[in-house]
Design a protein. Structure first.
Lengths: 116, 190
């Protein structure tokens, strides 16, 4: 059951949903999020630096994503910031996935051959 | 040289709040792009992104709630000051301030409408307080207009106009405070 607090965030803009999905796999820094989004979308969604950080800013401000305490390894740039999903972010991501799944099911049913 | 300094300079085009928070990340991201995809590929992605996002973020920054609240407070403050100036200083300065308030209200009407739609409890309280202060001033102007014969016709006109300006400001504040509803966190834009 989805509560009102979660549904008030839906529908999520596409880029924000992609970012949330990328973070379901664990904590990531900005460039890794971009790579994950590109990979999961088959190269269809390509985000530039400001598009990505604009989405992250909105997600952080909305409490769906937070900056992680994790610091980069010794071989990586120490200034990198890592991000992770909050509990609310995970719930919203799940609710959006359910919403889209329902939409896809409806589309498939309606588009079956023989249905006007 | 991948032009990091150039890209860093170009990030000055973003609104300050975004730039202060993410400038280092943006430059780092651009650096990674150039390393991974080459100078042309990296700049193509960053340049296109910059071209699309700068106007969007600037527009969002202009339209944010702080700005709308500022416009409303400015118009309310000017109306109040205009009313006071009419009482204390006389027509010229009061009318100029009134004119400025009207011009700002007309040119920024969309911001005022937005401010009317979205508000916070603290803003509502401030607007009720402003309405109360303006109402007291309006009542004072009206009482002086009725009771003070020394000012003659010109004085009576000044006090009547002052009353009108202050009363309109007071009613305006009250209506804005009354119909404004709290902001919701779910309004996430692209």
């Amino acid at each position: 059951m989805i509560d009102d607090d979660v549904t008030s965030y839906l529908p999520l803009p596409q880029t924000q949903f992609h970012v949330l999905v990328a973070l379901t796999a664990g904590e990531r820094h900005g460039y890794a999020i971009m790579g994950a989004v590109e990979e999961s979308s088959g190269g269809v969604v390509r985000m530039g630096p400001a598009t990505l950080y604009g989405s992250l800013k909105r997600l952080v401000d909305a409490g769906l994503v937070e900056e992680s305490d994790r610091r980069p390894g010794a071989d990586d740039d120490q200034r990198r910031r890592y991000y992770r999903l909050t509990g609310l972010g995970r719930e919203v991501c799940r609710a959006e996935a359910d919403r889209l799944a329902h939409l896809v099911t409806t589309a498939r049913i309606n588009l079956r051959p023989g249905i006007a | 040289m991948s032009g990091h300094r150039t890209y860093r300079s170009l990030t000055l085009l973003y609104p300050k709040s975004f730039r202060v928070r993410y400038r280092d990340d943006l430059v780092q991201h651009h650096h990674d792009l150039v390393e991974d995809r080459g100078l042309v590929g990296g700049w193509l992605r960053s340049g296109l992104d910059l071209t699309v996002t700068v106007p969007v973020y600037q527009l969002e920054s202009i339209m944010n709630s702080r700005h709308t609240a500022l416009v409303l407070n400015l118009v309310t403050g000017l109306l109040g000051t205009a009313g006071l100036a009419l009482v204390l200083v006389g027509f010229p300065i009061g009318l100029v301030l009134l004119g400025v308030a009207v011009v700002i209200a007309v040119t920024q009407r969309s911001e005022l409408a937005r401010s009317l739609r979205e508000t916070s409890p603290a803003q509502r309280r401030r607007r009720f307080a402003a309405a109360a202060v303006l109402a007291v001033l309006a009542a004072a102007a009206l009482m002086v207009a009725f009771n003070d014969d020394e000012w003659g016709d010109r004085g009576a006109v000044i006090y009547n106009v002052s009353f009108l300006v202050l009363a309109i400001g007071s009613v305006g504040c009250f209506v804005v405070a009354l119909v404004g509803r709290p902001r919701t966190h779910g309004s996430m834009t692209r």
